[in-house]
Design a protein. Structure first.
Ligand code: OGA
Ligand code: NI
Length: 343
């Protein structure tokens, strides 16, 4: 790990260096992107008893039209969310030497992407990716610092996985698939935390390129600083940061399994001039050798299969994995081990 990849102090600059400026057609520009009030905020407390059917309807509707929704009263304790956010903020503020002292197998930390030298324009972020499956085996390799990292992040991941599987069950019911249908395709959990330092000119830079997640679903915690944007009907719309709410988005694997009924939307992260932003994404992914194909129950004469069957590992390495910009993204992740290819 060289210093350049993890030198967050570098971001303390008065103007955006040339190598971080995206060309005009790819940069966010000065256009004001509104925060979208129509991304549904779904109250999961009501997902039991008589209201369950309404919650399933809300989730189905959002997953079909937008591919994004937020959840509140989701069962993950506020305390663990706040502590996990604190851990990652502290983690990213450690010195490059301290970060580099984490054991090798603990994950991958880098500025922008793994191949800083080759990637072209750099992303305005630091990223830490950490394998978490199976949790008991991975946890021993995780960082020890900040204090209680393993304990807190481990608890967070267990709670968020429970929530993810609960949301998948509601989606499963909404699609009228048999209970447990996604069990095999939802085994792997991967954590990816991003730190976006304040940027002197956010109109020139990107925190994450436009992409689609190659997951089943993704659960993002963005704390109280917005920056995530979704592409809908030819426009970018902002996803409001609501403390203690999780953003849920449909990954392209679920779009395929649902035979196109559910939508996996392109999204990106932008920076802002005043506040540092930290986000915590957890992906629920199929394991490498899992076969992904449209569910038989959703395919018939009127709805022929829109996608062919493939092994998940083939898909992740293919030119479709991250949507139209896959080429650019794959250049960014080319040196990542296969098991964690994500962004
Ligand atoms: C991702 C992602 C958004 C964010 O990690 O795939 O889209 O706000 N993150 O960091
Ligand atoms: Ni994403």
């Amino acid at each position: 790990m060289d210093d350049q990849k993890i030198a967050s102090s570098w971001f303390n600059v008065q103007s955006v260096p040339e190598t971080y400026r995206f060309p005009p057609e790819r940069r966010p520009g000065k256009l004001i992107v509104p925060l979208c009030k129509t991304i549904p905020v779904i109250n999961l407390e009501k997902a039991t008893g008589v209201d369950r059917i309404h919650i399933i309807q809300q989730i189905s509707e959002a997953s079909q039209t937008l591919g994004f929704f937020q959840v509140i009263n989701h069962g993950v304790s506020e305390n663990i969310i706040v502590e996990t956010m604190r851990i990652f903020k502290d983690f990213f503020s450690m010195s490059p030497e301290e970060k580099a002292s984490a054991p090798n197998k603990s994950g991958w930390i880098y500025t922008s992407s793994t191949d800083y030298a080759k990637e072209g324009v750099h992303l305005w972020r630091e990223n830490f990716k950490q394998p978490c499956h199976p949790l008991e085996e991975c946890i021993q390799f995780w960082p020890n610092e900040p204090t209680r990292y393993r304990d807190i992040v481990g608890t967070y991941l267990v709670e968020v996985k429970k929530l993810s599987l609960r949301i998948l069950e509601l989606i499963c019911e909404g699609l009228r698939l048999e209970p447990g249908y996604f069990k095999e395709q939802s085994e792997v959990q991967l954590l990816s935390s991003n730190h976006y330092p304040p940027c002197p000119d956010p109109s020139l830079t990107l925190g994450i390129l436009r992409h689609i997640d190659p997951s089943l679903i993704t659960i993002v915690y963005q704390g109280d600083v917005s920056g995530l944007q979704v592409f809908k009907d030819g426009q970018w719309i902002g996803v409001e940061a609501i403390p203690n709410a999780f953003v849920v988005n449909i990954g392209n694997q679920l779009q395929i399994i649902s035979n196109g009924k559910l939508r996996s939307a392109e999204h990106r992260a932008v920076t802002n001039p005043t506040e540092a932003r930290t986000s915590i994404a957890t992906f629920i992914n199929p394991s490498s050798n899992c076969i992904i194909e449209p569910a038989q129950a959703l395919v018939n004469a009127l709805n022929p299969p829109l996608y062919e069957a493939f092994l998940y590992k083939e898909f992740v390495n293919s030119s479709k994995a991250f949507g139209p910009d896959t080429d650019a993204i794959q250049k960014l992740i080319s040196s990542e081990p296969e098991c964690i290819k994500g962004k």
